[in-house]
Design a protein around this ligand. Structure first.
Ligand SMILES: [Zn+2]
Length: 527
């Protein structure tokens, strides 16, 4: 009986609320950021950082609320990966910082899959806001793998927020972690879901938080289609706005809707609009907080102002573009131990080397490299392999001569791939090398190999020697490889299903660090 009464009361209250909603003019301020990429801390010039971001957001929120406006704070995703101090702590300061700033929801970005899925589960648990994606489907259950949407009430306004993730995630994330996930077309996921939500909740505003990229006039090139394609492929009035990320740009257009190439921090900015849907993005790293103010009247939503507010950005002379925003003291003190712990983990030499190891793209994707030899030595030693391989695209930075610290190593290996190995029979190995040894230069797939001597002759691998000994087709050989290439990354044949394949618990960075510690001083000539 009590239940029936409260349900009745509830529906009565909702009805009242609906009546006030429909008769009054209301305002909604949407605050947004995207592509944090580990920037919980300000940079060496004192730009951006979560503590100053919180001061700014608190002020914008208070200003709006004092005028009776509703406020929502959203993120377009990619919180993970980019700064070693954050990466080493699996973005714990970033997600906990966002919770303290008061985010209401975020989209799952492709970089949320750089770590094993158990890490994303942890990050979801750390966050007091929903982390959303409606187009990531678990192949086993055929259901969304993550929360698809949230209904957020803000002072009488009901806001539906749908999350979406670029389908490119299937190509660029570590295949080992996402093999059981299907990234379906965002519009196909959104249209039926939006109907369902509108029917069930009658929201005043429908927002998509997305991590798909904004490509002017839908010209997405080799990237998967982004926000413009999504807006154009939905029935009009499906979404009021898209709060995006991934292309890491300020979206500002001129009066004809063409990109404003002259945008600079502090300049006025007007967002893109496609098929009646506003599309906004606030560049990257928390450099700006986007601020959109909507007037909502009789179901009509009008964008009355828009701004990209710089967060302590400086001009070329090193002066703040706008008045310096003070850091929120409590958040600063909360984040400081994370920054110190991260710096501690990174500083201090782990070893040294007598010459420069060139890891630039135009070297490692074109010719055999000494840096690859060092990496393969480390991985082969870790797993007792006879030889090893890595794709050129897996090497991301050079190592300078002299002392090497962990930060240098993490720049070479930012992806936290684990080291693995496979035991080959001679004929299988010939077949495998025929494939991977034929990848052309000028591509991430270009093969780096070490402790094996072979060539491709008449479209077939001819192996001369392995680990200094003449090749024997009847012998078994152990090859080291990382999990990215073993799981099919860069188009390599998939090894993870093979019975002689093993993954270790060590990451490529950990293994390289251990090798440098053990073998220093390292002489490049002896690699
Ligand atoms: Zn991204």
């Amino acid at each position: 009986m009590r239940i029936i009464i409260s349900l009745f009361l509830l529906s009565f209250l909702t009805a009242c609320q609906l009546i006030t909603t429909k008769t009054n003019t209301q305002y909604l301020t949407v605050l947004h950021t995207n592509d944090n990429h580990g920037r919980f801390w300000h940079n060496e010039n004192g730009e951006y950082g979560m503590a100053a971001r919180k001061t700014l957001i608190d002020k914008l929120r208070n200003d709006a609320e004092s005028k009776g406006h509703s406020v929502i704070l959203l993120s377009g995703g990619d919180i993970n990966t980019g700064v070693p101090e954050s990466d080493l702590q699996i973005a714990e300061p970033d997600f906990k910082g966002m919770s303290k700033i008061g985010y209401d929801a975020m989209a799952i970005g492709n970089h949320e899959f750089d770590n094993p899925l158990s890490v994303l589960d942890k990050q979801i648990a750390w966050s007091n806001f929903p982390i959303l994606s409606a187009n990531i489907i678990d192949k086993n259950t055929n259901q969304p793998a993550y929360q698809s949407y949230a209904i957020i009430e803000k002072d009488g306004l009901k806001i539906a927020v749908i999350g979406l993730t670029t389908v490119d995630t299937a190509k660029i994330a570590n295949p080992e972690y996402i093999g059981h996930l299907n990234f379906i077309t965002p519009a196909a996921a959104t249209q039926p879901l939006a109907y369902k939500i509108k029917d069930k909740y009658k929201p005043d505003v429908v927002v998509a938080v997305t991590h798909m990229g904004h490509y002017h006039d839908a010209k997405h090139g080799i990237n998967a289609p982004g926000d413009v394609t999504l807006a154009r492929n939905l029935k009009p009035n499906t979404l009021d706005m898209i709060i995006g990320g991934h292309s890491q740009e300020p979206i500002c257009v001129d009066k004809d809707g063409n990109p404003d190439a002259t945008f600079y921090p502090g300049k006025a900015c007007w967002p893109d609009q496609q098929n009646g849907t506003w599309i906004m993005q606030a560049h990257e790293w928390g450099k700006y907080v986007g601020k959109a103010v909507f007037k909502i009247e009789k179901g009509n939503k009008e964008l009355v102002s828009y701004e990209l507010v710089p967060v302590n950005l400086k001009d070329a002379k090193g002066n703040f573009i706008t008045t310096e925003i003070a850091k929120d003291q409590a958040l600063y003190e909360f984040l400081l131990p994370y920054q110190q712990k991260g710096a501690e983990k990174l500083s201090g030499a782990v070893g040294n080397i007598d010459a420069f190891l060139d890891g630039r793209r135009d070297i490692v994707r074109f010719e055999q490299s000494k840096l690859a030899d060092l990496i393969i030595n480390a991985q082969a030693e870790a797993v007792g392999a006879d030889f090893g391989i890595i794709s050129g695209g897996g090497i991301r930075a050079s190592i300078k001569a002299g002392d090497i610290n962990y930060k240098d190593i993490l720049k070479v290996h930012p992806f936290k791939n684990r080291v693995a190995y496979i035991d080959w029979q001679g004929p299988e190995l010939v077949e495998y090398l025929t494939t991977v040894g034929s990848f052309p230069p000028d591509a991430g797939a270009y093969l780096q190999y070490h402790k094996i001597d072979f060539e491709i002759n008449n479209a077939k691998a001819v192996i001369r020697s392995i680990n200094g000994k003449k090749f024997d087709i009847n012998a078994t050989y152990r090859m080291s490889i990382n999990t990215y290439n073993a799981a099919g990354g860069d188009g390599y044949p998939i090894l993870t299903e093979k019975k002689n394949f093993q993954i270790t618990d060590s990451t490529d960075a950990q293994v390289l660090r251990a090798y440098i510690e053990k073998h220093s001083p390292i002489k490049v000539e002896s690699l």
